[in-house]
Design a protein around this ligand. Structure first.
Ligand SMILES: [Zn+2]
Length: 209
């Protein structure tokens, strides 16, 4: 009798639901095989409530979360809480790469304006051009003339700098001030990992592009 070849690296003694979850965790960013195993065995011992609520959170994330039609941030209601908050400074838009960057900037408590999420950066190496970013949506927001300053808060690496320069040139004819977060953020690091004080200072001492 012919036996089907075993998938490489998979312990056949492991029950299928266990190895399926290990593989699912392993596919997540930043999760190595050891961590994937640890998480799986943790959940195996966890209560049904705890495991169920984790599973439900994942389903909710996919079912209830949409992009805000104004700023492109992730939200449960459209427009999002920030865009519909009239108390916020309406004349400044802070442009970020990813929704997580907004969380980091909000934590710094230094900024009270609006945001715009590009959902990426210009990166020719990865085949990402300006057309792949939410730039048309940004331009549409600037048409009414209410916005006086756009702060480019893309990450302080090659792609982030190139994107800031690109947007700076794009907005130049519109007469809108374009600024960039001050140096002091660790070069090459992601905004989401910067500490609150560093981010607050980078915002305060922002410079014209
Ligand atoms: Zn919004």
């Amino acid at each position: 009798m012919n036996q089907a070849p075993r998938p490489a690296g998979r312990a056949t003694s492991t029950a299928a639901p266990v190895s399926r979850l290990i593989e699912a965790f392993h596919r997540l960013p930043g999760i190595g095989p050891k961590s994937a195993q640890r998480l799986t065995y943790y959940l195996l011992r966890a209560s049904m409530d705890e495991a169920g609520s984790l599973a439900q959170s994942i389903v909710d994330l996919k079912e209830k979360i949409v992009f805000c039609s104004i700023c492109q941030n992730v939200t449960e209601v459209d427009p999002c809480g920030i865009c519909s908050d009239s108390q916020r400074e309406q004349s400044t838009i802070c442009v970020v790469e990813e929704p997580l960057d907004i969380l980091a900037l909000e934590r710094s408590r230094q900024y009270g304006g609006l945001y715009h999420v590009l959902h990426g950066v210009v990166s020719p190496m990865d085949g990402v051009g300006p057309d792949d970013l939410k730039l048309d949506e940004l331009l549409a927001r600037l048409k009414n003339g209410n916005v006086k300053e756009v702060i480019m808060a893309t990450n302080p690496n090659l792609e982030g700098e190139a994107t800031a320069m690109y947007v700076g040139r794009l907005l130049e004819p519109m007469g809108i001030r374009v600024t960039r977060l001050a140096r002091g953020l660790p070069t090459g690091a992601d905004l989401e990992y910067a500490d609150d004080t560093t981010l607050a200072r980078a915002l305060e001492y922002r410079q014209d592009v």
